[in-house]
Write a protein that binds this ligand. Structure first.
Ligand code: ADP
Ligand code: ZN
Length: 734
C-alpha cells in the first residue's frame, strides 16, 4: 500500500497524508490533483509526493477519493519550482503549487468530460457511441453537452473505453467547469526576420553558445530603447524551436503591449501560445494542453506564464525585467524574474533578462559574475538617442508669476512645431484624474479617503467625483471641509484628465487622445487607442506610465514629460530607480523611425541624479551612483529584505501584534546577524479600513530571514482576526 502527500491552497505550512486506494495504485503521480475529504469538506488537493510507508503517527488515514487528472498538471520541474517558491518566499507549498495552475484548474473542483466541436455538430454520432460502449449511469448526451460529467476514477473506465472509439467526438482530457477547450483567435501574419546588426549578432552568438551547451546560464541583455532586443529574443527562440524545444517569454502586462505579442505570433504563427487574463477558461485549457503536449513551441504571457507546463523547455526570456509588475502582490509573493531564473536553473537551460533599464539587483548580479552582461549601445536605425532638454519649472514659475502654467513655453513651442510638421507627440504625466489635491482653503487639510490614509483624487469623467486610487472608494465633493467643518473646498494639482483639457484648449486644431486607467477600462480599449495613435488619428497622446511601455510608434518625434517629480517624493528606497527607469522608457518612445526625436522634461528637481542621468543617457553612471548609495544605506541589492505587515481594523490590535513579534525577533537578531527595523506604522498606515504596522528584516543573505520567521512562528501565533503578511524581496515598501 502506498501513501500520498497532499497539499491545499491554504496558508497552513503542512503536508497531509492520505491512503492510496487499490484502484488508483499506479495511476497516481505527484503533480496530479485529487479530491479528498479535508476537515468536514470534500476539496481539491495536489499530490506533492508519494511514499511507500505510512507515516507512523497516523493509523487510519483517509483515502484519496477521486483522481482529477489523467496526466500530472504540474511537471516535475514545476513541482521543484513550487518547493523553491514556498521555501524562498515563506509560503505554504499548497499556496505555491496551486498558484501555478490556471484558474480553471484551481477554482473548479473537478475536471469534466465534454464534447469536441465535432461532437457538438454530430450529436447523433455521440448518442450512437454511448449506446455501443454501454455508458455509465448518468452519462448521456445532455450531461456531456452541459459538461456535467466529472472526469474521475469512475468515469475513467468509460474514458478509457471511449478513447479507442470516440473518433474525436469527445474531449477526454478533462475540461474544467464544462467549458469547451476552445482555440483562441489569433493573427496569422508571418514576418521575415531582418539581418541582424553587429551588436545584435554579438549578443545572439553568446546566447547561441549557451543554448548549444544545454546548460543553465543567465544573460542580462541591456540594450538602449530601440536597439532591437526583441529581435534577439526571436532569433534565439528560432534556434530553440529548431532544436525541438520550447521557449517561455514573459512580458510585464500583456494588455498594454499588444504589439510585442504580435511580433511573436507574427514570426512563429501557430507555434505560439499566448496566455493572457482575458482567455476564457476553455481557451486557457486549450493552450495549456497544447503546451503540455509540446505543440506550442513558444509561450508568451505575463507573470504566471512562467508556470507553463512545457514538455521540453529550452529557454526562458524575461522582457523588461525591471518591471515591478513581475512581483505578485498576494501569496505566494514571488518575483517572476527571480523564479524564472530558478526554473531555468532547474531545467538546465539559459535565461535572458532584457531591459534598457535593468533593475539594480540584476545589474549587481552581472557585476558579480552571476549573470553575463550583453550590451547593445546603439539603436537599430543608427539614430542617436533622442535629445533630452530639461526645463526648470522653478525658473518658469518665477518668471511667469501667478500664472503657473501646465506647459512651459519651451514645451508649448515644441508641440506647436510638431503639429505644424504633421508629426506626433506623447505627453506624459504619471497621475490620473483631474485634480490631484482636494483641500480646505481655511485649515489647509487635504480630503482623505474614509478608509485609507490616502488623499483623494478629483475625477471629472462623466460625473464629478472624488476617488481613492487605492481602494476605489468614490464620493461627492463635500461642501464644507470635513475636518474644520467651516472652510471651502478647493481643487488643485494636475492629473491627466486636466492635462488633456488644457492641451485641447491650447491646441484646438489638434486631435488629442488620452490613455490611462480611466480610458482603458473597457476590453480592447488599450489596443484601440494605440491603433488610432499609430494610424495617426491622434496627434497628441496624453497618458500615464501606460504610454511608456515598449511601444514602437514610428511617428513620434516629441515626448513631453509634463511632470516627472511625483515619483521622487515617495518614501521608498527604489524611488530614484523607478523614476530613472520611467524617464528612460518614456523618452525611448521618441525618434524610433527616420526622424529624430526630442524630449522636453519639466521638473522642479533638475539636479536630481535620476533626472541628470536620464538627460545624459548615462545608464552606467546612474548604476554607479545609485549602487554606492544603496551600499551605504545597506539596501538591496546589497542586503535581502523581508517585510512583515500586521493589519487589523482596530489600530491597537495590529500594533500589539507587531510589537510582540518585533520583541521576539529582536531577541534572535544578533545571533543570526539580522537587523530588525520597526515596528512602525506602514507607509500607507490605513488601507481599506485596516491599520497597518510593519517590521523590516535586513540581512546579507536570505536564509537567516527565513530562520527568524520560523522562530517567530514557533513562538508567537498571530492573534485571530489580525492579518499577517510576509513579503520577501518586497517591491513596494509602502
Ligand atoms: P527594443 O525592444 O530594444 O526597444 P525593438 O526590438 O522593438 O527594440 O526594435 C526596434 C525596431 O527596430 C523594431 O521596429 C524592430 O522591428 C526593428 N529592428 C530590430 N532589429 C532590426 C534589424 N536588425 N534590422 C532592421 N530593423 C530591426
Ligand atoms: Zn481608499
Amino acid at each position: 500500500m502506498s501513501f500520498a502527500e497532499v497539499v491545499f491552497p491554504i496558508p497552513l505550512k503542512k503536508v497531509f497524508s492520505y491512503q492510496v486506494p487499490g484502484a488508483l495504485e499506479g495511476l497516481l503521480k505527484p503533480g496530479m490533483r485529487c479530491s479528498v475529504s479535508f476537515g468536514r469538506r470534500h476539496t481539491v488537493g495536489m499530490v506533492s509526493g508519494l511514499t511507500a510507508h505510512s507515516p507512523a503517527q497516523f493509523k487510519d488515514l483517509k483515502p484519496i477519493e477521486e483522481l482529477l487528472d489523467t496526466e500530472p498538471s504540474l511537471t516535475p520541474d514545476l513541482l521543484e519550482l513550487g518547493k523553491w517558491i514556498s521555501d524562498y518566499y515563506y509560503c505554504s507549498l499548497g499556496e505555491a503549487l496551486f498558484a501555478m495552475l490556471p484558474t480553471g484548474y484551481r477554482k473548479n473542483p473537478k475536471a469534466f468530460l465534454g464534447l469536441t466541436e465535432a461532437g457538438e455538430s454530430h450529436p447523433e454520432k455521440v448518442e450512437e457511441l454511448l449506446e455501443r460502449i454501454g455508458a455509465l449511469r448518468g452519462v448521456n448526451l445532455k450531461s456531456l453537452k452541459a459538461g456535467k460529467v466529472p472526469l474521475t476514477a469512475r468515469t475513467r473506465e468509460l474514458a478509457e473505453a471511449l478513447k479507442k472509439e470516440s473518433l474525436g467526438l469527445l474531449n477526454l482530457e478533462g475540461t474544467p467547469s464544462g467549458s469547451k477547450g476552445k482555440k483562441p483567435e489569433r493573427e496569422r501574419l508571418y514576418s521575415r526576420p531582418p539581418a541582424l546588426h553587429p551588436q545584435q549578432a554579438a549578443a545572439l552568438s553568446a546566447i547561441t553558445e549557451a543554448l548549444a551547451l544545454h546548460a543553465f546560464q543567465t544573460f542580462l541583455l541591456q540594450g538602449v530603447t530601440g536597439s532591437g532586443k526583441t529581435e534577439v529574443y526571436l532569433r534565439a527562440i528560432e534556434k530553440v524551436i529548431a532544436d525541438g524545444k520550447q521557449a517561455i517569454v514573459l512580458i510585464p502586462e500583456i494588455a498594454l503591449t499588444p504589439q510585442t505579442v504580435d511580433r511573436f505570433t507574427g514570426r512563429f504563427g501557430d507555434k505560439v501560445a499566448v496566455l493572457h487574463s482575458r482567455l476564457s477558461i476553455g481557451e486557457r485549457t486549450y493552450e495549456w494542453q497544447r503546451i503540455a503536449q509540446g505543440q506550442a513551441k513558444v509561450v508568451v504571457g505575463a507573470r504566471s506564464a512562467l508556470f507553463a507546463p512545457t514538455k521540453d523547455l529550452g529557454l526562458i526570456v524575461v522582457d523588461e525585467e525591471h518591471e515591478s509588475s513581475y512581483k505578485q502582490e498576494d501569496a505566494p509573493r514571488y518575483h517572476a524574474r527571480d523564479a524564472a531564473v530558478k526554473r531555468a536553473q532547474l531545467c538546465k537551460v539559459p535565461a535572458i533578462l532584457g531591459s534598457a533599464t535593468p533593475s539594480l539587483e540584476s545589474v549587481q548580479n552581472a557585476k558579480s559574475g552571476k549573470y553575463q552582461l550583453l550590451s547593445m549601445r546603439d539603436r537599430v536605425n543608427k539614430k542617436p538617442l533622442p535629445l533630452i532638454k530639461v526645463v526648470d519649472l522653478r525658473d518658469e514659475w518665477r518668471v511667469r508669476g501667478d500664472d503657473r502654467p501646465v506647459l512651459s513655453i519651451a514645451l508649448t513651442e515644441a508641440i506647436r512645431d510638431t503639429l505644424e510638421k504633421k508629426e506626433q507627440a506623447l505627453l506624459f504625466l504619471n497621475r490620473r484624474g483631474f485634480n490631484t489635491v482636494t483641500l480646505c482653503m481655511k485649515c489647509g487639510e487635504q480630503v482623505h479617503c474614509p478608509s485609507c490614509s490616502i488623499p483623494v483624487t478629483f475625477h471629472r469623467g462623466f460625473k464629478p467625483t472624488l476617488l481613492c486610487h487605492y481602494c476605489n472608494w468614490s464620493g461627492p465633493i463635500p461642501e464644507k471641509c470635513p475636518v474644520c467643518k467651516d472652510g471651502q473646498i478647493q481643487q488643485v494639482g494636475l492629473g491627466t484628465e486636466r492635462l488633456e483639457e488644457e492641451i485641447k484648449k491650447q491646441f484646438p486644431q489638434a486631435k488629442v487622445g488620452r490613455m490611462d486607467l480611466d480610458t482603458t477600462r473597457r476590453q480592447g480599449s488599450h489596443e484601440d487607442i494605440l491603433d488610432r495613435f499609430r494610424r495617426h488619428e491622434i496627434d497628441l497622446l496624453v497618458g500615464t506610465q501606460m504610454i511608456a511601455k515598449g511601444h514602437d510608434f514610428p511617428g513620434v518625434t516629441l515626448v513631453g514629460i509634463v511632470g516627472a517629480d511625483t515619483g521622487l517624493a515617495l518614501p521608498d528606497f527604489r524611488a530614484s530607480e523607478r523614476v530613472f527607469q520611467l524617464l528612460v522608457q518614456v523618452s525611448g518612445r521618441a525618434g524610433r523611425a527616420e526622424k529624430e526625436g526630442v524630449i522636453y522634461l519639466q521638473t522642479f528637481n533638475p539636479d536630481h541624479v535620476s533626472i541628470l542621468s536620464a538627460k545624459h543617457h548615462d545608464t552606467k553612471g546612474f548604476w554607479e551612483k545609485e549602487l554606492e548609495l544603496r551600499k551605504d544605506l545597506d539596501y538591496p541589492p546589497f542586503t535581502k529584505l523581508g517585510l512583515l505587515v500586521y493589519r487589523d481594523k482596530a489600530e491597537h490590535k495590529a500594533k500589539e501584534a507587531a510589537d510582540k513579534a518585533a520583541s521576539i525577533l529582536k531577541k534572535e537578531a544578533a545571533k543570526l546577524n539580522v537587523e530588525v527595523v520597526g515596528p512602525a506604522p506602514a507607509g500607507i498606515f490605513k488601507l481599506r479600513g485596516q491599520y497597518r504596522f510593519q517590521i523590516m528584516l535586513k540581512c546579507a543573505k536570505p536564509q537567516p530571514i527565513r530562520q527568524m520567521l520560523q522562530i517567530l512562528d514557533s513562538k508567537f501565533e498571530t492573534p485571530s482576526g489580525v492579518m499577517r503578511v510576509v513579503d520577501l524581496d518586497p517591491q513596494s515598501m509602502l
